[in-house]
Design a protein around this ligand. Structure first.
Ligand code: SF4
Ligand code: SF4
Length: 131
């Protein structure tokens, strides 16, 4: 069972919820998007979240050692996150929606590790690129 599913099943339902939301539950939509992304080749055929906004690949909980492992030429001038070219992270290679890769994948920031296919942020980024 994945951490995502473990977290979901650990949440007890509210016994007296007055109204049910219209449409499928958010978790079902996330799972459907995740499955569709996997069927399309996964993150390697996407890269949208790495090219969505210059203020997305920001540093947060990284240790000094983790930050030191990121090539300095790929760090923003203010040191607060990854350097971006427009909205696109400078560490991203390839063409969004076709074939992409993170050139610093083993040492990428925490925010990048936290982003999962099917998450709301993932859906937002993919929609920007018509994916
Ligand atoms: S937007 Fe979603 S599918 Fe695309 S690279 Fe990011 S996490 Fe992966
Ligand atoms: S560091 Fe890698 S995973 Fe993070 S935004 Fe840049 S290209 Fe994407």
């Amino acid at each position: 069972m994945s951490e995502r599913h473990a977290a979901r099943t650990a949440t007890a339902p509210t016994p007296a919820a007055p109204t049910a939301p219209a449409g499928p539950p958010a978790d079902a939509l996330a799972d459907a998007l995740s499955a569709a992304i996997a069927a399309a080749g996964g993150c390697r055929t996407c890269g949208a979240c790495c090219a969505y906004a210059a203020d997305w690949p920001r540093f947060s909980l990284e240790s000094e050692a983790a930050l030191a492992a990121i090539p300095p030429e790929l760090v923003a001038a203010d040191g607060a996150g990854m350097r971006c070219i427009g909205d696109r992270c400078a560490a991203l290679s390839g063409e969004v929606g076709v074939a992409t890769a993170c050139t610093i994948h083993p040492v990428r920031p925490e925010v990048c590790r936290a982003c999962e296919p099917g998450d709301p942020e993932c859906g937002l980024a993919r929609a920007r690129f018509g994916l």
